[in-house]
Write a protein that binds this ligand. Structure first.
Ligand code: EPZ
Length: 416
């Protein structure tokens, strides 16, 4: 398994650019199964998770090409409506194939995704919403066995503004008969991007970016070409990196207002951040001040940036408190950060970070995607050498990370 070797303590500067959004692509790719034809999707990041999703679609009979950052999907050869456990368990977003398969075959058998490192990750809201749209669902031997004659639009209230359930039900509603309204819908920009993709193929969805999404079902969708938004979490990750280590870093190809909550918090800790149309300029100005953060659904502080922000706050001049409210088990990076001489205590869903003057390099282990990035950042902050094991977690969500970091002066190499 590959590792990273990092020699930290160096000031970084220059420009770094953000790739296309992983979580937007992971919703749009399965949604293209609704279109019986060829779909072209641009600005798709070349990530493990994206390649994995393409393999899932191929296993269902779909043909695709992926070159540069352009994916072409031809679903005219779609032939299977069963997505088996081995496929789904490695990447939960595969559950998004459920609704399109139902529209194409009137039935689908999709394995329940297991949990993952950060939580049990149930899909009860996906299932509850589909049942309300008229789908008959049985859970048998770890599989979702679903069938229907025709989905009928309905008013659906989500108990929690779940990103996954909102995507699943938008994909379902776009071809359901009549009108579907999703109340308490998630508002993440990736949801808006999925909605814009579906509308570009003839869907009739309004209220995107609000917590009330209205969908008027249509008979079919037509071929389309669409470009995915920049990755909001990669943008935030690099902005935090700049605040930690750079007197002069510009993050390009971004939509700055999508990480407003983060920018506010970094400025509160003393970082100097200015934004322009599609880039963010960061100036580290001395040791950060301690701050308090609570993760919330968008537009609140994103749970996916909780770990990277914690790495930044390990060396703050004063204490910080981070309260994780979205996932029940998203502090795996804490014991690893403490191996790097951080001083963090966990009580339930809250981490208490006592700022220390510096971190010291050590061997550590990534156990999830964003926690892995937090360890890279901590290794770059530490005064000596850090080895990060199991970096396949990081490869799932950061395109060519070491190359991008080397370009701004980081001493990081991948050991095969
Ligand atoms: C998406 O996961 C993202 N993944 C996650 O990013 C992100 O952390 C999360 O949204 C929150 O923003 C993708 O988009 C592929 P949720 P998802 O449904 O859809 C509970 C990354 O690093 N819940 O909003 O699984 C759930 O247990 C990944 O890129 C139910 O109870 O998030 C969790 O506690 C990590 N029942 C909370 O809601 C359900 O049916 C948020 O889950 C669905 C969710």
């Amino acid at each position: 398994m590959d590792k990273y070797r990092i020699s930290g303590g160096k000031a970084l500067s220059g420009e770094i650019s953000v790739s296309g959004s992983k979580n937007s692509a992971l919703a749009i790719l399965p949604a293209s199964l609704l279109i019986n034809g060829i779909t072209r999707i641009k600005n798709v990041p070349n990530l493990k998770d994206v390649c994995y999703m393409l393999n899932v679609l191929e296993s269902l009979g779909v043909k695709y090409s992926f070159s540069g950052s352009i994916v072409e999907i031809d679903t005219r050869t779609l032939s299977k409506y069963i997505a088996d456990y081995d496929l789904i368990r490695k990447m939960r977003a595969s559950i998004y194939v459920l609704s399109p398969l139902l529209h194409r075959f009137k039935k689908a058998e999709v394995s329940l995704p297991g949990g993952c490192a950060i939580g049990t990750r149930p899909v009860d809201l996906h299932i509850k919403g589909l049942k309300e749209l008229g789908v008959e669902i049985e859970l048998e031997h770890g599989y979702i066995e679903a069938k229907m004659t025709q989905m009928k639009g309905k008013e659906i209230y989500l108990d929690f503004p779940s990103v996954g359930a909102t995507c699943q039900l938008m994909i379902a509603g776009v071809l359901a008969a009549g009108k579907t309204i999703i109340y308490n819908a998630a508002k993440e920009p990736e949801i808006e991007d999925l909605g814009k993709f579906l509308n570009s193929a003839g869907g009739q969805i309004s209220g995107l970016g609000t917590n009330e999404i209205s969908i008027t079902g249509v008979d079919s969708l037509h071929e389309t070409e669409f470009s995915v938004i920049p990755d909001r979490i990669e943008t935030g990750s690099f902005t935090i990196l700049g605040a930690a280590l750079s007197k002069n870093l510009t993050v390009n190809n971004t939509i700055p207002h999508q990480i407003e909550a983060l920018i506010e918090k970094l400025q509160e800790s003393g970082a100097e951040i200015t934004v322009s149309q599609n880039s963010i300029h960061i100036k580290k100005s001395g040791r950060p001040q301690g701050i308090n953060v609570k993760t919330l659904p968008y537009p609140g502080f994103p749970t996916d940036l909780q770990a990277p922000l914690m790495a930044y706050l390990t060396v703050a001049d004063g204490p910080s408190i981070i309260n994780e409210t979205i996932f029940e088990n998203r502090f795996h990076h804490v014991p690893e950060l403490n191996r790097l001489a951080a001083d963090i205590k966990i009580e339930g869903q809250t981490a208490y970070i006592k700022g220390v003057p510096s971190l010291e390099g050590a061997p550590v282990m990534a156990s999830d995607l964003r926690g892995g990035f937090a360890l890279v950042l901590a290794g770059l902050i530490a005064e000596s050498e850090t080895i990060i094991n199991r970096i396949y977690h990081i490869d799932r969500g950061y395109e060519e990370l070491e190359t991008k970091l080397q370009k701004i002066g980081a001493d990081i190499i991948r050991i095969k």
